[in-house]
Design a protein around this ligand. Structure first.
Ligand SMILES: CC(C)(COP(=O)(O)OP(=O)(O)OC[C@H]1O[C@@H](n2cnc3c(N)ncnc32)[C@H](O)[C@@H]1OP(=O)(O)O)[C@@H](O)C(=O)NCCC(=O)NCCS
Length: 154
């Protein structure tokens, strides 16, 4: 059994500026661009937790709560919520940030599963997650419930 790690040890914050090339004719960002940034932030968090390369196995519960407009700053936050045998669930939030006030609005959220790989490209064991706060304990329990649903569906 590998030593446990806290969610904060894998935390990633990524800041992006929405350019016209990221947007549709309505001036709001393409969903695919947000998904690309989510995948990158989650992949960094997964590799930071596992200290190995990790690949996306699935992305679920992706929700676009509010549109994001050209010229806005977006802040992505990712961290490993739970680690199983070789897979990890990563939670990602995407906030837009008003430049005048600094106020942030939750625009998108997602849960992804990444699998750590060894030198042969085979799934490799990952350290367990040790939640430190009440919020992390709740997220940990919810991640286990989502995994049970995913395994049931498969
Ligand atoms: C993800 C992948 C490595 C799993 O390989 P596999 O041979 O199915 O491995 P296993 O059956 O031993 O499962 C390994 C782990 O992956 C998990 N897993 C496999 N498919 C999954 C899926 N669709 N969703 C969530 N977890 C999944 C299993 O639950 C298991 O987790 P655990 O060890 O924590 O219990 C393989 O399917 C793959 O390479 N997929 C393509 C990945 C990719 O190219 N991603 C996009 C670019 S990064």
């Amino acid at each position: 059994m590998l030593p446990g790690k806290a969610p904060r040890e894998s935390r990633v914050e990524m800041t992006e500026l929405v350019l016209p090339s990221d947007a549709n004719p309505l001036g709001t960002i393409f969903g695919g661009r947000v998904m690309q940034w989510i995948d990158i932030a989650a992949g960094i968090a997964a590799a930071r937790h596992a200290r190995r390369p990790a690949v996306t196995a699935s992305m679920d519960a992706l929700t676009f709560h509010w549109p994001i407009r050209v010229g806005e700053v977006v802040v992505l936050e990712a961290r490993v919520l739970a680690a199983f045998r070789t897979s990890m669930e990563i939670g990602v939030t995407v906030h837009s940030e008003a430049q005048s006030t600094g106020l942030r609005k939750l625009c998108t959220s997602a849960f992804l599963t990444f699998v750590a790989l060894d030198e042969q490209g085979k799934p490799s064991q990952v350290p367990p997650i040790v939640p430190e706060t009440k919020e992390e304990q709740e997220a940990f329990a919810e991640a286990h419930q989502r995994r049970a649903l995913r395994l049931g569906a498969r």
